[in-house]
Design a protein around this ligand. Structure first.
Ligand code: ARG
Ligand code: ASP
Length: 714
């Protein structure tokens, strides 16, 4: 009986990496090929990644350090999300030329807008370099020594790999440093904005619909990479030519239906699939609630301001998008973890691991030690969370931080450089101070007050002090600081030298920051934190190694680490809660249903409405073969079971033949715990249907010349 039981348990473990879960390494995709073909794929692993021939990977771009893009023409034209290009679209926008609100379409190459600082990276090749990276590491090597050896080996290997080329190489750890891969990249730096739909298409539904399904966001923008006369990366120059990629994606107009095979090819940023129950508890039930509450405060004040004027909307749009994005995701994540009983589930698998590990010298202490390390880490981690979400919440405090650096400058020369920069940024800051100070002051006071009430700012007053007294103190700090007095501050900075450091440090803002900082970044705490963190890294390395030894038949995928990956699954609806079933696709009709001229996020462009009313979708519409007389529909979005995360935004969603059918841009809220725990019943990625994207470029924007560059397959 006992043996049977353990056999049953063991088989349950063997399939513990679930169907559809996983972000796979392109170079090792051969291991998944049979499974992918069974799931419906008609191309081969080599069509996706091949070191000797142009393949799909050559069409994929790492967009800056946080999104994905893909070439769709042989002249360097690529697609990514609207929210990925957002800061570039905003930075080219003014109240007079408001591309963010009205959209932007370059009607000729000369109208394409340079985006300084933006990079587009292509993976040239990857390589397993584990043996070389760990050369010199023995079981006796301490963690500190290991880090030094690894670092120095990495320097040597990468330098050798790119010697005599224009490539750049990086090496990243996998499975907590059980394995290392090198990535040789080609980094392009002349990238220009080509097109973006108006905000009420590209961000339709705004932060209200963000992370949600059914979704109707036309979340795409277009850029072009330029290269020198040899087709090599070069800084911006008017003489540069459109880059000729080795491969661009073919686009399928056939559309998607439920059950279709899809895969996503892109750059997922971070997942924590293998962490223990302590880590899940810390993230979901301790840190997330703190961050959520503190961001609620910030969002309340920014949103109020944004509703007051177009100028304020532009000013805060980008920062609100990013604050709200985490805010909402963490809510879904925490709910998802608790719905799945994620902490208990982890504990259960830890019990099984421990059973296996007992008696094995290498593994038996791993989990108990991990637990101890988390006990040490937790209180400090919480304090640091308060520091980043409350102390750093206001511009007032981030400006304080930079002025504090000035106060700490050791020489007059060093100070002079800082003063020049500060004076410039202060000038910019004060240009709309009258409006902004209302928002920033409120955020400063409310976030500090929240932190004080939670017991993390004792310097504002011990327990028993009245909240009103604390508030008064904060108001006095804000109003009494010269950092909020343009004239006084700029004058003070004018003749600044280190002799004035004392006066600067005595400013109430710097004093408060100092108190908050020395509490959170106290030296003893910091060293405890560092050692606990290092222990966790080391122990996780053993834990993951042990898990793999325990289940030799399971193909473990490595956590996301902003390297190129393939995730595959199917177009599929789901049941988010009792009584509700979500279909896997949305249409333009849903945009009309959501239309509300009084709510910024739900305003529908008149031109889009006209096209809808005339069902004027050109070749991009969908005609139901059963009811052709009903006229065509315009597909907008679809969902699938591909395992994705932040960084996958803009990734191509490809069909069984490797053709582009959509752009990944989000996940469904009920499944946002997938960074920690994947559940095929709830986890869905959200994609923009490529037909809607093409319809917008061609019929809506009248930029058919861009579609003409692409390779469309009917
Ligand atoms: N949730 C998506 C992602 O994590 C889209 C975020 C941008 N959109 C927004 N409304 N803030 O990137
Ligand atoms: N929206 C995310 C991104 O920007 C994707 C996700 O988190 O699912 O990468």
């Amino acid at each position: 009986m006992k043996r049977l039981l353990s056999f049953v348990l063991f088989s349950a473990l063997a399939v513990s990496v679930l169907a559809d879960e996983g972000m796979w390494i392109p170079m090792l995709l051969g291991r998944n090929e049979a499974d992918m073909k069974k799931a419906g794929m008609r191309i081969s692993a080599k069509d996706i990644y091949d070191i000797n021939n142009a393949c799909l990977k050559d069409a994929i771009i790492l967009f800056n350090q946080g999104c994905t893009g893909e070439y769709v023409s042989d002249e360097g034209l690529f697609l990514t999300n609207h929210h990925c290009g957002y800061s570039y679209i905003t930075s080219h926008s003014t109240v007079e030329h408001d591309y963010l609100t009205n959209g932007f379409w370059a009607m000729s190459r000369s109208e394409e807008l340079p985006c300084p600082g933006l990079t587009a990276t292509r993976l040239v090749r990857m390589e397993d370099v584990t043996d070389r990276v760990l050369d010199g590491v023995t079981p006796q090597t301490t963690e500190g020594e290991r880090a030094a050896i690894v670092e120095s080996n990495i320097q040597k290997i990468t330098a050798a790999a790119v010697a005599g080329t224009h490539y750049k190489a990086i090496i990243k750890p996998f499975y907590y440093g059980n394995q290392y891969f090198m990535y040789v990249n080609e980094v392009f730096t002349d990238v220009r904005l080509v097109g973006a739909p108006p905000s009420n298409i590209g961000k339709f539904g705004g932060d209200t619909d963000n992370w949600m399904w059914p979704r109707h966001t036309g979340d795409f923008s277009m850029f072009r990479v330029y290269a020198d006369k040899d087709n090599k990366p070069a800084p911006y120059s008017a003489d540069n030519k459109p880059y000729k990629p080795l491969k661009h994606l073919e686009i399928s107009l056939k559309g998607v239906k439920e059950g279709d095979f899809t895969f996503v090819f892109g750059y997922p940023g971070t997942t924590q699939r293998y962490v223990t129950s302590d880590a899940v508890e810390l993230a979901a039930n301790i840190e997330n609630p703190i961050r959520i509450d503190l961001r609620t405060i910030r969002l309340k004040h920014y949103n109020k301001a944004m509703n007051q004027s177009a100028a304020q909307r532009l000013k805060y749009a980008s920062r609100v998008a990013s604050i709200a994005n985490g805010w909402k995701k963490w809510q879904g994540e925490t709910q998802g973890i608790n719905r799945l009983k994620g902490v208990e589930k982890k504990k259960e698998s830890e019990r099984r691991f421990q059973q296996w590990a007992d008696g094995k010298a290498e593994y038996r202490d791993v989990l108990p030690q991990l637990h101890k390390a988390y006990e040490r880490l937790r209180p400090i981690e919480v304090e640091l969370t308060y520091f980043s979400e409350a102390v750093r919440a206001s511009d007032f405090m981030s400006r304080t931080r930079s002025h504090r650096e000035l106060a700490n400058a050791s020489t007059d020369n060093e100070a002079a450089d800082m003063v020049a920069k500060l004076k410039k940024s202060n000038e910019k800051y004060f240009s709309d101070f009258a409006e902004h100070t209302v928002v920033d002051r409120a955020i400063f006071i409310e976030t500090f007050l929240y932190m004080w009430k939670a017991g993390y700012a004792p310097y504002l007053g011990e327990q028993g002090t009245s909240a009103d007294a604390v508030k008064a103190k904060l108001e006095k700090t804000y109003d009494g600081s010269m950092l909020n007095n343009s004239e006084k501050l700029q004058k003070f900075l004018d003749g600044y030298n280190t002799g004035k450091a004392k006066k600067l440090s005595d400013d109430p803002a710097l004093k408060l920051y100092e108190q908050a900082y020395s509490l959170a970044y106290d030296a003893t705490k910091l060293s405890t934190y560092r050692s606990a963190y290092a222990d966790i890294q080391r122990l996780m390395r053993s834990y993951v190694k042990g898990m793999m030894e325990m289940q030799p038949d399971v193909n473990f995928f490595p956590d996301a680490n902003l390297t190129l990956r393939v995730a595959y699954g199917h177009v599929e609806g789901f049941r988010p809660r009792d009584g509700v079933y979500y279909k896997p696709y949305s249409t333009l009709q849903g945009i009309m249903e959501k239309e509300n001229p009084d709510i910024y996020d739900y305003v529908v462009e008149p031109k889009l409405k006209r096209l809808y009313n005339r069902q004027d979708y050109g070749r991009y519409g969908y005609l139901d073969p059963v009811h052709p007389d009903a006229g065509p529909d315009m597909p907008v979005g679809f969902i699938a079971t591909n395992h994705t995360t932040g960084g996958n935004s803009g990734s191509p969603v490809l069909d069984a033949d490797g053709r582009l059918i959509g752009l990944n841009f989000d996940r469904c809220w009920e499944g946002t715990m997938s960074d920690l725990l994947f559940d095929p019943d709830y986890c869905r990625n959200i994609c923009l249907d490529i037909r809607y994207c093409l319809f917008l470029i061609d019929k809506f924007a009248g930029a058919k010349h861009l579609v003409d560059e692409m390779t469309l397959v009917e």
